[in-house]
Ligand binder design. Structure first.
Ligand SMILES: [Zn+2]
Ligand SMILES: [Zn+2]
Length: 338
């Protein structure tokens, strides 16, 4: 089969590799749409748990091609969204019912073979039938599941005034969850004008343009909007310069949620005095487990909308172009088509 293979940091090829075989309780899948994510760029650079050689692609919608021994609940030809996380169930974290922190956290397309290939193997119980949902909508199930977990972590108080930095795919999905989750007002701040337009279209109340090279110039507008600060501020860009701005636009007693993925070696300067004296809470949200069913339901009902989020489609051979597209400012989500 053909596959995108990251073979060493900053280097990949599209090549022929052996077809994977499904083991017991597994199925073999033929990807029909796999989302390209900022995480893929971190992985290619050798960061974030990357293990080379790696077939990336963790936002997977696929057709069931064959069933391994004892694989239940699926039929050949079913279209499914694949929960890419695999948790061991027996490490100290799993035994404490905290599987997200699993010591053996395994994730298709991150540290195991993923969906940028003609075939992949997944556990049958990790495949969620689309039940008629359009694959181009369902391809956002994994990002929405992560956003769902972010909303769980944030545990927003109804009536909150929320600021979200970043209007990438997960930012746009998380913003909608907050709109429907009881926020009195949701403001999205990001550099891309087009992304801000999509954010407005998807129901956010205010948008603020930020200059990627000088994000602090947006502070005046943000302070005009919320002179006492926002109840919750979400950093969904992964940019350290933006993270450093978060406490100063957070209301006393408020919460900063670190949602975007920064580089593993990035650092920021924060004032401990400010966190102490204004009783700020800083939370982190990482990936997801067990959020797929809720994400799919929200996509089915249309509570969470995806129009305008998938902007580019590429065949497997043009993976390089897809990576360049997601690094640019006009593209939002690129999808590799099987
Ligand atoms: Zn992703
Ligand atoms: Zn575990």
């Amino acid at each position: 089969m053909r596959a995108v293979v990251f073979d060493r940091p900053h280097h990949f090829r599209v090549l022929d590799v052996a077809d994977p075989r499904p083991g017991p309780a597994e199925v073999r899948l033929r990807p029909v749409a796999t989302g390209v994510c900022g995480t893929d760029r971190h992985l290619l650079a050798g960061g974030f748990m990357a293990r080379f050689p790696l077939i990336p692609g963790h936002e997977i919608v696929a057709e069931v091609e064959s069933l391994g021994e004892g694989a239940e609940g699926l039929s050949i030809g079913d279209l499914v969204a694949v929960d890419n996380t695999v948790l061991c169930g027996h490490c100290p974290q799993c035994r404490r019912d905290k599987p997200l922190y699993c010591d053996n956290f395994f994730s298709l397309g991150v540290n195991g073979p993923g969906g940028f290939a003609d075939l992949l193997v997944a556990r049958a119980d990790k495949c969620f039938p689309l039940d008629g949902l359009d694959p181009m909508t369902a391809v956002l199930t994994e990002p929405l599941a992560c956003a769902m977990h972010g909303a769980d972590v944030l545990a927003l108080r109804p009536g909150s005034d929320v600021l979200l930095f970043g209007a990438g795919p997960t930012g746009l999905l998380l913003a909608q969850l907050l709109v429907h989750g009881g926020a009195a007002r949701v403001t999205v701040a990001a550099p891309g004008l087009h992304k801000l337009e999509v954010a407005r279209h998807l129901g956010v109340d205010e948008t603020v343009r930020i200059d990627r090279a000088a994000p602090r110039t947006a502070l005046r507008r943000l302070r005009t909007l919320a002179p006492s600060g926002f109840d919750a501020v979400i950093e969904a860009t992964g940019a350290p310069a933006v993270m450093m701005m978060c406490p100063e636009v957070t209301r006393s007693g408020g919460t900063v949620l670190v949602y975007g993925m920064a580089g593993a070696d990035d650092t920021v300067r924060l004032s401990p005095y400010e966190i102490f004296s204004r009783e700020l809470t800083i939370k982190g949200s990482f990936a997801q487990t067990h959020c797929f069913d809720r994400a799919l339901l929200a996509l089915h009902t249309g509570r969470i909308r995806t129009d305008g989020i998938v902007t580019d489609r590429f065949p497997l051979e043009r993976f390089g172009d897809a990576l360049s597209a997601v690094a640019g400012s006009t593209s939002i989500k690129a999808v590799m088509m099987g």
